[in-house]
Every structure is written in structure tokens, then in C-alpha cells.
Design a protein around this ligand. Structure first.
Ligand code: FES
Length: 285
């Protein structure tokens, strides 16, 4: 019998009951991850065959592997700084070391957690947050979020002010992002292609100018991983809307940004993701 995994529902969901938590099995969980044609095509192009063989994360029986692992796209073995660490657990220190070789002090990597594609981004927030706001002094910025019709949804400040988002409070100079593009569900990358959006540069204010954007090769959507906002997204199949905390879309056809995944650094220095908001990661169903 397949293991079943507990989904914690965000507050306000009237269907949630602590006595009867939502449970999904491995097949259902994978469907949330890679079921669309666009997703399959993109996964293949990025060398993703084998995702499905990975262990599931956080299980209801505590058997799972909650660590985040590097995922080296095919063709990036020699160009990505983590090119020789495919499927290895992500040590936090490796991001600190990679960031030290960057002009902006930022570093990012593709990864996989619980069969889900993720992006892990290190930003020298603690070092720069008290310095004057200027080019190439990156820090996390908490900003207002607007839906695709321009309506105000909420503020990134809620990660610091609202108890329900406490797990997403900025810490360790790092964020983890669920890497499915809300346009057609391709998988954006970090500096995997070379253009003005991916160069090692940073501009304040969440503008589309400057580099170090998360770039989706399918139709050129861009995301600023240093801007944390609250926004609203929609399940592609059933139209159900949900609000989430995530990074800002700065350009391209994607309607909104991508949601965050909470994490912690364990005692051995390995990055482990948490399953607090799994229901945010189903919009490509
Ligand atoms: S799927 Fe990402 S821009 Fe179209």
C-alpha cells in the first residue's frame, strides 16, 4: 500500500479538519508536480527524467527525506557552479561559498524536493539591508502584490506580521521557490541561459531591468527572487483561486509570481524544506 502524505491546509479553508487531515498518495502528489504536457516537455528538455524516482518528503510516518537536493539540468554540468552535485543534498555553506564568487553576492541553484522542482536563492540580505538602497546591493524587499487585473491582493510584510505565515519569515539570507511558471507550467531557472535578465546584476525596486532574474525559457517570463509579495493564483484545471506568498513576476506572459516554500537549515547544515503550504503547489493540475 502506498504511503500517504499529509497536506496542511492554509487557515480559512472551511474543509479542513484536524481530525481528518487531507491525505494524498504518491501518485496524486506527482500529478501535482508534472502532469501537464508543457511540464513534461520542459522537464525533458532540462534533463529531468528520474524525478519520479526520488523519495517523497515529509511523510505522515516521518519516514521521508525532507532535504532539498541539487538538480543539474542536462547541459549545465560544466557551467553551473553545482554541476558536479546532481542529486546531492544541498549544504547551506555551498551557497555561501558560491555567492562569494558573485559580483552581487547572490547565488542560486535548481533543486528538487519531494518530487517538486524548486529554486534555492541566496541573497546577502543581512549584509546589505542597512546600507543605502543602490544597484548591486541586493536584499529582500517586502512589497505589495497585485493580481493580473491590477487589483491589490496583499503585502509581503505579512510574512513578518501575520502568524499564519511565520514559517516564511526571512532567515538565513535565503528563500526557496516552487519552480513552476504560472503561465504554462514550464520550469524557470537561475542563470541557465545568458541574456540581460540573467546576468549577475541587481536593481532595487522589483523592476524588470537588471539581471539575476528567474527566467522561464518557454516564453520569457521573468521573476525577481528578491521581491516577496502576496498574490493570488488559480488552479489551471478547476479555476480555484488561492492567495500565496511568493516572488514577483516582473515581465513576460506569466500572470503572477511563484510561491515560496518554507525551510530550515538542520544541525548538519543541510537545507530541509517544510510542508506547511503544499496546497499552494497544485496550480498546474
Ligand atoms: S511557461 Fe513560462 S513563460 Fe510560458
Amino acid at each position: 500500500m502506498s504511503r500517504r502524505f499529509r497536506l496542511r491546509t492554509i487557515s480559512g479553508d472551511s474543509d479542513y479538519s484536524p481530525e481528518a487531515p487531507n491525505l494524498i498518495d504518491r501518485r496524486e502528489f506527482m500529478r501535482h508536480s508534472f502532469n501537464t504536457a508543457a511540464g513534461v516537455i520542459t522537464m525533458a528538455s532540462l534533463g529531468a527524467v528520474g524525478f519520479a524516482s526520488l523519495l517523497m518528503g515529509q511523510s505522515s510516518s516521518d519516514e521521508g527525506d525532507s532535504s532539498v537536493r541539487f538538480w543539474v539540468p542536462t547541459g549545465a554540468e560544466d557551467s553551473a557552479w553545482y554541476g558536479d552535485m546532481h542529486l546531492e543534498q544541498m549544504p547551506y555553506q555551498s551557497f555561501v561559498d558560491a555567492a562569494a564568487t558573485s559580483a552581487t553576492g547572490m547565488a542560486g541553484a535548481s533543486g528538487v524536493w519531494s518530487g517538486l522542482p524548486v529554486l534555492v536563492i541566496y541573497v546577502p540580505h543581512d549584509e546589505n539591508s542597512q546600507a543605502p538602497l543602490e544597484e548591486d546591493k541586493p536584499r529582500f524587499q517586502l512589497m505589495d502584490g497585485y493580481d493580473e487585473s491590477g487589483g491589490y491582493v496583499g503585502s509581503g510584510y505579512e510574512v513578518e506580521e501575520e502568524p499564519e505565515y511565520e514559517a516564511l519569515s526571512i532567515h538565513d539570507n535565503m528563500i526557496i521557490i516552487f519552480a513552476r511558471c504560472p503561465h504554462l507550467c514550464c520550469i524557470p531557472g537561475w542563470q541557465l541561459v545568458s541574456n540581460d535578465f540573467t546576468s549577475d546584476q541587481w536593481m532595487p525596486g522589483g523592476v524588470d531591468a537588471g539581471g539575476n532574474k528567474l527566467f522561464c525559457i518557454c516564453h520569457s517570463s521573468r521573476y525577481d527572487p528578491t521581491v516577496i509579495e502576496k498574490n493570488r493564483s488559480r488552479n489551471r484545471t478547476n479555476g480555484t483561486e488561492f492567495e500565496f506568498i511568493g516572488v514577483k513576476r516582473t515581465g513576460g506572459p506569466a500572470p503572477v509570481g511563484m510561491p515560496l516554500i518554507p525551510f530550515e537549515v538542520n544541525g548538519a547544515g543541510i537545507i530541509e524544506a517544510l510542508d506547511d503550504f503544499v496546497d499552494w503547489y497544485t496550480f498546474c493540475d
